[in-house]
Design a protein around this ligand. Structure first.
Ligand code: SF4
Length: 610
């Protein structure tokens, strides 16, 4: 029935025994969970016990592609990681672009599982169905960039894709990322620390297989049309990247500023980090992921001044969290901080968030430089930021506490709780939900903690259109549920969310793309598959002790925004509860957020999780 779109195989590597096995993936798993995030959640349910500690040897880490990953279509770049994440202590899913997913398919696999622990630091090299290890003490301490370079230098000159972790992961920083190729990352949740806990510094993959495609001619036509569409619909994305949102979100009064003490600043105090500034003063070239014609990456370099030489590809979240949230209105310092996060291998969202917390604690005199090896870190101080990032990665000074993330910080210093904006241990991204209530519900209910993607990107519906009153409560449950289910299936396909519109992957997707690739008409089932994934992830969280009490927002969200276009707005417990009740009801969950039996039966999920 499935004529293409899958290799049908999973590669499982045991790092302790150095053995590997190739396993079949049954067609039913693809039919019901599609691939990518769906397949990752199913694997997690089957193999990760609820009491496993994230950095213990019993934890496993899996990489999952979707039916479109590596297919001959525009932007078929995405793949997922699933593991028990150290930042929240629970289920983690995260996606990345890059070449690794497509190359994994060329090696012959839809998924790669790593289990056990190596005796010494190693790099794992997968070439078709062979696996080898490059053990070397000197992997330790290398930055992500250095590790990639060292690995590629040891491999024949072929088309390799890589994953690397930096020093932060080696030191167990719970928000350390996995760096993909030369510019993308599994940013959130600490998957880097899990990989490092297995003493894996890097992976490389390549292969000579071809992904089976049901109708190659039809694919060519779809690809041509999608590229034509993207040329017009995503022209601004190519020109300014996601950084274009800085101006828009600030003007709407939803830009987290000075550690969420504000959500807006007058334009003259923010325009130093606008996309136009990036383009005019620092832009070097566009960067494209695998097969992507949009090329939204804005490669930038600082040429003059105290941060001269710094280079990165800052996107909206990194600019928002390392810029206005930390009181910085200068793009050169943001580029430098972004680069340091990339080299050390740390999530820019959590890094910016916790740096801003430290800055507010200094501002209010709650902490002093004595506790931080003499380093004072104030809002707007770019140099101090860079040094503090280094402290975190090395667990020095206050970095010893910050490296443990929001949950670890609150455990060590409960009195700092009021200064951290997080849900389930995952700090907020660069949208202040007090300016649009649906985002508050999205953060509260997202399967991995506060997330604007997995939780549901309500920005378009609430802020950029007249479809919803952003301050209303009614209707937000329906909006968030629909966005979450849509995103769950898109994350399982293997394409970038930025291009999904060109394929029509909304709530009523057309059949052509998946029919051409797989030969199976997935389209009528895609939203149900998304809903099934959402319910499976919820079932995982419940098994790990997460329920309604954790679908909460932090204390600062209950304080009114002091100024700007969203001035006076807040989200009280009563408001959140009203949205949660509507959301749970629509989901077919009980009052505690547990799927009802009839919901599991309707989604044909019961047989998978019983
Ligand atoms: S739109 Fe941007 S992020 Fe998405 S695949 Fe293309 S270059 Fe990568």
């Amino acid at each position: 029935m499935l004529q293409g779109g899958y290799m049908g195989k999973l590669l499982r590597i045991n790092l302790t025994t150095r053995q590997h096995v190739i396993e079949d993936i049954v067609a039913k798993d693809f039919q019901y969970f599609l691939g990518g995030r769906g397949l990752g959640a199913l694997w997690y349910w089957r193999e990760i016990e609820p009491n496993v500690e994230p950095l213990a040897s019993q934890n496993k880490i899996g990489f999952f592609t979707g039916p479109l990953t590596g297919a001959p279509l525009v932007s078929t770049t995405k793949f997922q990681v699933a593991t028990k994440g150290p930042e929240t202590g629970h289920y983690l899913c995260s996606n990345s672009s890059g070449y690794f997913g497509p190359r994994l398919r060329q090696a012959g696999f839809d998924a790669l599982i790593l289990e056990g622990v190596c005796e010494q630091w190693t790099a794992v090299v997968v070439e078709n169905d062979t696996v080898r290890f490059i053990d070397d003490k000197s992997w330790q301490g290398l930055s992500t960039f250095e590790a990639r370079k060292k690995l590629l230098n040891q491999l024949p000159d072929l088309k390799w894709a890589t994953l690397c972790v930096g020093p932060a992961a080696e030191n167990g920083v719970v928000f350390s990322s996995i760096f993909v190729d030369d510019g993308r990352a599994f940013g959130r949740g600490g998957s880097g620390a899990v990989l490092a806990s297995k003493k894996v510094k890097a992976l490389a993959v390549r292969g000579d297989n071809t992904l089976p495609i049901a109708d190659a001619e039809k694919c060519k036509e779809i690809d041509k049309n999608a590229r034509k569409d993207l040329k017009i619909s995503r022209e601004k994305h190519r020109l300014l990247g996601t950084a274009q949102l800085v101006e828009i979100i600030n003007e709407l009064g939803c830009m987290p500023t000075l550690n969420f003490q504000h959500s807006w600043k007058p334009p003259e105090e923010v325009q130093g980090v606008y996309a136009q500034t990036l383009r005019k003063e620092y832009f070097e070239r566009n960067y494209a992921c695998f097969r992507c014609s949009v090329a939204c990456g804005q490669s930038a370099k600082v040429k003059l001044g105290e941060f001269a030489g710094a280079a990165s590809r800052p996107e909206y979240e990194s600019i928002g969290m390392l810029g206005p949230l930390c009181g910085l209105n200068r793009m050169d310092a943001v580029i430098a901080a972004d680069e340091v996060c990339n080299k050390l291998g740390m999530d820019t969202i959590t890094s910016g968030n916790l740096l801003a917390m430290v800055m507010e604690l200094f501002e209010k005199g709650v902490i002093s430089a004595d506790e931080n090896e003499g380093l004072e870190v104030n809002f707007g101080d770019g140099q101090a930021m860079l040094q503090m990032l280094q402290f975190i990665a090395e667990r020095r000074g206050l970095g010893k506490i910050i490296a443990n993330g929001a949950k670890g910080i609150i455990e060590a210093r409960p009195e700092w709780k009021a200064f951290i904006c997080h849900v389930k241990g995952l700090p907020f991204p660069a949208y202040d939900p007090r300016g649009f209530n649906g985002m508050g519900l999205a953060y509260a209910t997202s399967a991995r903690g506060a997330c604007h993607n997995v939780g549901g990107y309500t920005v378009s519906g609430e802020l950029l259109s007249d479809n919803y009153d952003r301050y209303a409560l009614k209707g937000k449950g329906e909006l968030v549920k629909s966005l979450q289910d849509n995103r769950a299936y898109v994350d399982s396909l293997g394409i970038c969310t930025v291009v999904r519109g060109a394929y029509g992957f909304g709530t009523s997707p057309p059949p052509d793309t998946l029919l051409a690739v797989t030969g199976y008409d997935f389209a009528p089932h895609l939203m149900i598959i998304g809903e099934r994934i959402s319910n499976l992830e919820r079932s995982i969280l419940l098994r790990e002790g997460i329920d309604r009490k954790d679908d909460d927002l932090p204390p600062r969200m209950k304080e009114p925004i002091p100024d700007g276009p969203a001035s006076g707005h807040f989200i009280s417990d009563e408001m959140l509860n009203e949205m949660l009740d509507e959301y749970y009801g629509l989901r077919g969950w009980d009052q505690n957020g547990k799927p009802l039996l009839k919901t599991l039966e309707r989604l044909e999920l019961k047989e998978f999780i019983s």
